[in-house]
Design a protein around this ligand. Structure first.
Ligand code: ATP
Length: 375
């Protein structure tokens, strides 16, 4: 067995703990089946942490996250700004990767969507610089764009387009890699103009990738009209946030939408959605958003640490999800009537079946041997 990967985790709020338990159960089975060793470190953060420890991201949690190989995060409630926005800024997690892909057994108006949104994660209106004037009757927000950050995210987008192309070609697909830069440079010639010029300039280093640009309103329209036409979309923070929620709807909704925040050497993996308080505690949250997020985590580990076991585990997880959804076992948000726990147990059993491990009932709880921080 390779050295243990230290995974810090945030269980989050609302449905967070329910869907995190699903990821945790699946990772136990994958760890056993593919001989991957994980050390899990509980790092409380979010609304509950604020209540329990007086900080949405307590110092101990932040320190433990920094010492880990990666962080697997379930959604938090009202404290997103103090948790994930803080982590993105502090750890320079500059690339937010949000795939949207059709799976045959997850209902959608489309059948052939396979796109990824590469969103700049550190700048734009998200720098949090707002001002009030005229006694609050006028409000101003700063939109910050730099050439360095724009070129960095553009390079990430082109590299992703090439690597997706390689994977697709190996399974016989003829499709061409492409990157579309989404912005509104006609209205914002300085900020969005700089973003566009930076992407244009980086595109010259990737001649084998088809490159174009599109205004954000046109992109929003095309995403619901012909989402199959997109491969990689590179865009700034706010547009990326909005377009990725839209993209999730064309492949089955937020319940299946995963994402990752990449820096150069660290990453935080989290579902796209919020903590869904309306369904918390009902046992019907779709665990697939968290499981597709876990799949991204395994792919990242496989590529970063050159670990074929992680890549094999990610493929096994994807194939188990397909098999289980094909059998009709799905949560209500995607047209089924199964609970979070039933779907999770079925996916665990399917991984065991596919990898020839003995079937068991599967565990569905946070493991006793997880590292718990001292407070
Ligand atoms: P935020 O502003 O923090 O992103 P939000 O309040 O806009 O959160 P979400 O919490 O993302 O919204 O939920 C939006 C809708 O999607 C809700 O009706 C919620 O129940 C549903 N939803 C989100 N995630 C899931 C999931 N994993 N399974 C089933 N339904 C979900």
């Amino acid at each position: 067995m390779s050295r243990a990967y230290r995974v810090s985790y945030i269980e989050g709020d609302g449905i967070g703990p329910e869907i995190f338990a699903s990821a945790r159960a699946v990772l136990d089975v994958l760890s056993d089946s593919f001989k991957i060793s994980f050390e899990f470190v509980a790092t409380p953060a979010g609304d509950k942490a604020l209540k329990d420890f007086g900080a949405a991201l307590p110092k101990q949690s932040y320190a433990a996250i920094r010492e880990s190989d990666l962080c697997l995060k379930a959604p938090v409630g009202e404290t997103a700004k103090e948790t994930i926005l803080f982590l993105r800024q502090e750890l320079d997690l500059y690339a937010n990767i949000r795939p949207a892909k059709n799976y045959p057994y997850i209902e959608s108006k489309f059948s052939d969507v396979d796109l990824v949104i590469v969103r700049e994660n550190t700048e734009d209106l998200y720098v949090g610089r707002e001002f009030e004037e005229m006694n609050g009757k006028k409000a101003i927000a700063l939109k910050v764009v730099t050439e360095a950050a724009s070129k960095r995210i553009a390079r990430t987008a082109f590299e992703i387009a090439l690597s997706r192309h390689e994977t697709r070609s190996s399974s016989g697909s003829q499709s061409e890699p492409s990157v579309v830069c989404v912005q509104k440079s006609n209205v914002l010639p300085m900020t969005d103009g700089l973003f566009l010029r930076s992407c244009d300039s980086v595109s010259k280093s990737f001649p084998s990738v088809k490159y174009s640009s599109m205004y954000v309103d046109t992109a929003a329209m095309n995403l619901v009209r012909s989402p199959e036409a997109f491969d990689v979309i590179v865009t700034s923070n706010m547009y990326g946030d909005i377009l990725s929620d839209e993209a999730s709807q064309v492949v089955g909704g937020l319940g299946v939408a995963s994402s990752a925040n990449y820096g150069d050497d660290f990453a935080v993996f989290e579902p796209v959605h919020g903590c869904a308080p309306d369904i918390a505690g009902k046992g019907i949250a779709n665990p697939l958003s968290m499981l597709f997020t876990t799949k991204m985590m395994l792919e990242w580990l496989g590529a970063k640490r050159q670990d074929p076991s992680c890549l094999a585990a990610s493929k096994s997880l994807e194939s188990a999800i397909s098999a289980v959804t094909r059998s009709g076992m799905k949560t209500p948000d995607i047209g089924g009537n199964s609970s979070t726990e039933i779907v999770t147990r079925a996916i665990c059993a399917e991984i065991r079946r596919q990898t020839g491990r003995a079937l068991d009932d599967g565990r569905f709880e946070i493991m006793k041997e997880d590292v718990l921080l001292k407070w």
